[in-house]
Design a protein around this ligand. Structure first.
Ligand code: PMP
Length: 439
């Protein structure tokens, strides 16, 4: 209560109502797929934390790994020395990655991973004598974190506006790919729309390919509401990037480590980028960690070029932190032993059936899903956009669901260890709540 009465933690949330009445939103503990409030209520964790706790809370093997590592080696710099736990995790991540992505650069968050990838792209081109390639191409509605690089390539205009002075030069954005009128209620990937990738041709013609360093996209846009790319869209981007010497970066902070039933979205969509950023699920949200999977030639050029001194090269104090690495290894053990990716694919069908029961519900304008992720758009109240989403969030708390609503969109990304029954129960409760808020 004394914490709740304070104000210092509240700016963390963008939700005004939460700021006014924080006491009822405290989460006291978490076990498996559920949170408990101080009052003893239980909430199903419909978004796996913030897309980051696919194996649920307080997994005993993760707790054990953390304790053991804390007693063995609690910190070690990644400059000039390293440690076996971090090396092992890097090797395992490379083994899971698409062929060719054979180096891991560890960071502590998704935002840092994105900024690192953008720096690698710029450094690589410059050190190969192509310093004229300075432009980055993002995508409308893309979310790439809160660093200046990630904000610049991000496609959420209000997020960027206030920080114009710090934005990268020459960034442009591919047009949004989702057309609700044709792709509404998409079951998995929309079949049509690969030609939307030709928007990259427009930007290449506009800016000249020789000025473009990289294209960065989330394979499935997560934070802005599970926007699934049309079949062939990512492949077409790959072709255009290859043709014009532009690097392709997949931001897999949400999709990495199983959310789509494959280690990475790159494998689900069978398209290999030049770099993959990851974070969140790699440590099941328990300790911060992110990273970039990168081709060795890119990495070597970036790190060992004449303009980089080994003492002051790019890197973070906590890059490859042994505690995070120990947790990461435990996460991969669990994922391997419990065949988690297969489990996600079978749960995908259950989630799909569950959410698409709402296709024709009054007040629902679109329902999308892929892997263990889905989003439902509610028709906004014309006089108060966002109010229905907020109401849904509040009602969810009273009905045992912790929901993530951005505006009038609710996103779902349940834990991989949820049961089909739990997913169906979540869907039924949600359907009732949606009926209430749209009437
Ligand atoms: N990229 C993507 C695709 C994300 O979803 C996020 C976080 N939601 C980030 C980057 C930023 O990650 P972090 O919050 O760990 O900095």
């Amino acid at each position: 209560r004394s914490l709740a009465a304070g104000t210092y933690w509240m700016p963390f949330t963008a939700n005004r109502r939460v700021r006014q009445d924080p006491a009822s939103r405290l989460i006291a503990s978490g076990r498996g797929c559920y949170y408990q409030t101080p009052e003893g209520a239980t909430l199903f964790d419909t978004l796996s934390g913030l897309w980051c706790t696919p194996l649920g809370h307080a997994h005993p093997r993760i707790i054990e790994a953390l304790k053991t590592q804390a007693e063995t080696l609690d910190y070690c710099t990644g400059f000039q020395v390293t440690n076996p736990v971090t090396v092992r995790l890097a090797d395992r991540i490379v083994a899971m990655a698409p062929d060719g992505l054979d180096h891991v650069f560890f960071t502590n968050s998704g935002s840092e991973a994105v900024d690192t990838a953008l720096k690698i792209a710029l450094g690589y081109h410059r050190l190969r004598g192509e310093g004229g390639r300075f432009r980055m191409i993002g995508r409308e509605r893309g979310y790439h974190g809160v660093g200046f690089g990630g904000l610049s390539v991000g496609g959420i205009v209000p997020n960027r506006r206030m920080f114009a002075a710090g934005m990268l030069n020459g960034v442009d954005h591919l047009r949004h790919t989702h057309a609700p009128d044709t792709a509404a209620f998409s079951h998995g990937q929309p079949a049509a729309g690969a030609d939307l990738a030709d928007d990259l041709d427009r930007l290449i013609a506009l800016h000249d390919a020789s000025t473009i360093a990289a294209v960065i996209v989330e394979p499935v846009q997560g934070s802005t509401g599970v926007i699934v790319p049309p079949v062939g869209y990512l492949r077409r981007l790959r072709e255009l990037c290859t043709k014009h010497g532009i690097l392709l970066i997949f931001d897999e902070v949400i999709t990495g480590f199983g959310r789509l039933g494959a280690p990475f979205a790159a494998q689900r969509f069978d398209v290999v980028p030049d770099m993959i950023t990851f974070a969140k699920a790699v440590t099941n949200g328990v300790v911060p960690m992110g990273g970039v999977l990168v081709r060795s030639d890119l990495y070597e050029t970036f790190m060992t070029g004449p303009e980089n001194t080994i003492e002051f090269a790019h890197g973070y104090t906590y890059s490859g932190h042994p505690l995070a690495a120990a947790v990461g290894n435990a996460v991969l053990d669990i994922m391997e032993e419990e065949n988690v990716f297969e489990r996600v694919l079978s749960l995908e069908t259950v989630l799909q059936e569950t959410v698409h029961k709402l296709d024709h519900a009054p007040g629902v304008t679109d329902v999308r899903n892929i892997g263990l992720a889905a989003a439902i758009d509610l028709e906004p109240d014309p006089t108060a956009p966002g109010a229905r989403g907020l109401k849904l969030f509040e009602l969810g708390l009273s009905q045992g669901l912790l929901l993530r609503c951005t505006g009038d969109t609710v996103s779902l990304a349940p834990p991989f260890l949820a049961t089909p029954q739990e997913l169906r129960a979540m869907g039924e409760t949600l359907a009732g709540l949606i009926e209430t808020v749209t009437h």
